[in-house]
Design a protein around this ligand. Structure first.
Ligand SMILES: [Zn+2]
Length: 347
């Protein structure tokens, strides 16, 4: 059954979520945004002690309970050291290349509730002060620092601002939606997928329908460090579909205009029967899809398997170019993914 997806609304939700910082370990702002946006749906979403946002939409039947999971946590940083020049060394949250954040704007969240702006720079950023040889050394923890937009030249002055080791740092997402339908931003992984869940549930609710099976929506908060969906699932679950970005790169079948159904990633294959069912659904509904494998990738689906979840697990998602860098997708990919989620939930 095909339902109209309100793609404009889905993109609007996504832009708001992208502009809400939620680095791994400090995701409350993102969860509040989702909880509020999902408010009109006919079930409640609540935070578990770990901080997972979870709720179950009662279905027509309950003989095969299902869950969808996507993660709100993103790459980011945490203050690792306050340097003698007043600037900050940054410890990484999640896997990203130092070159991918050179020159990026950041927000620092202090323990006393203050925020500071700043930028991520190489220690030898100035062309007028450092030789080419000095500037061309490889970026790493020691060669990169955050310059805080505050008057500080010493560790003492930075501490006086209220900044401490352990404070969270979010990168500016730089969201841009183009006329041509492209959405450019950091952290489309995995906020684009949450948007597809939003779009799918909104369409089902607007049509006055409900899912075939009891369906739990699980928004995880520690995926980028490997254990997001290890907790927070209902005991009676039979099936889990993880929604996470598909890898768009020259060697992949995935693109920014379709939904990808993942056969295997670096932690192994997904449940073949569930995958075949999703491929069949996509065929029947005329949904643009690709089946792909990912070479350097793990998902919350596997996190749940490794935590002991005895369920069928699949992974689908919208195509994201330049993942964990300055990412890009297209609204068509969101729409096709939302359509597959609708088809699945109603089947
Ligand atoms: Zn992800």
């Amino acid at each position: 059954m095909t339902l109209m997806i309100d793609t404009d609304k889905m993109v609007e939700f996504l832009v708001g979520l992208l502009n809400t910082p939620s680095p791994t370990g400090d995701t409350k702002r993102g969860m509040s945004y989702i909880q509020e946006s999902f408010g009109p749906l006919p079930f409640e979403m609540n935070l578990t002690p770990k901080g997972v946002l979870v709720g179950t939409w009662p279905g027509q039947v309950n003989d095969h309970p299902r869950a969808l999971t996507a993660h709100v946590d993103t790459l980011g940083g945490i203050v690792g050291e306050i340097k003698s020049n007043g600037r900050l060394r940054v410890s990484q949250l999640g896997g990203w290349e130092w070159t991918s954040v050179e020159g990026e704007g950041v927000t620092i969240f202090t323990g006393n509730g203050q925020t500071y702006r700043g930028s991520f720079l190489p220690t030898t950023a100035s062309v007028h002060a450092h030789s080419r040889k000095e500037r061309e050394t490889e970026s790493d923890y020691k060669k990169m620092e955050v310059r805080i937009d505050a008057r500080t030249k010493s560790a003492q002055e930075t501490r006086a601002l209220g900044i401490r080791v352990g404070d969270f740092i979010a990168f500016d997402p730089r969201v841009e939606v183009s006329e041509a339908g492209f959405i450019r931003s950091r952290h489309l992984d995995d906020k684009a997928s949450i948007a597809t869940i939003y779009g799918a549930l909104e369409a089902i609710n607007r049509a006055g329908l409900k899912p075939r099976q009891d369906t739990t929506i699980h928004i995880s908060n520690y995926e980028e460090v490997g254990h997001g969906a290890a907790a927070g699932m209902p005991q009676n679950l039979v099936e889990l579909v993880a929604i996470d970005m598909a890898v768009v790169a020259p060697i992949q079948t995935s693109d920014e205009y379709s939904v990808t159904i993942c056969a295997k990633d670096s932690r192994g294959p997904y449940h073949v029967d569930l995958r075949r069912e999703l491929e069949k659904l996509a065929e029947e509904e005329g949904i643009a899809y690709h089946t792909d494998i990912y070479h350097f990738y793990g998902s919350d689906g596997e996190a749940y398997w490794r935590a002991g979840g005895d369920v069928r697990v699949a992974l689908i998602g919208p195509g994201v170019d330049a993942s964990h860098h300055y990412e890009r997708t297209h609204r068509d990919s969101l729409e096709e993914t939302a359509k597959l989620i609708v088809a699945y939930l109603l089947s």
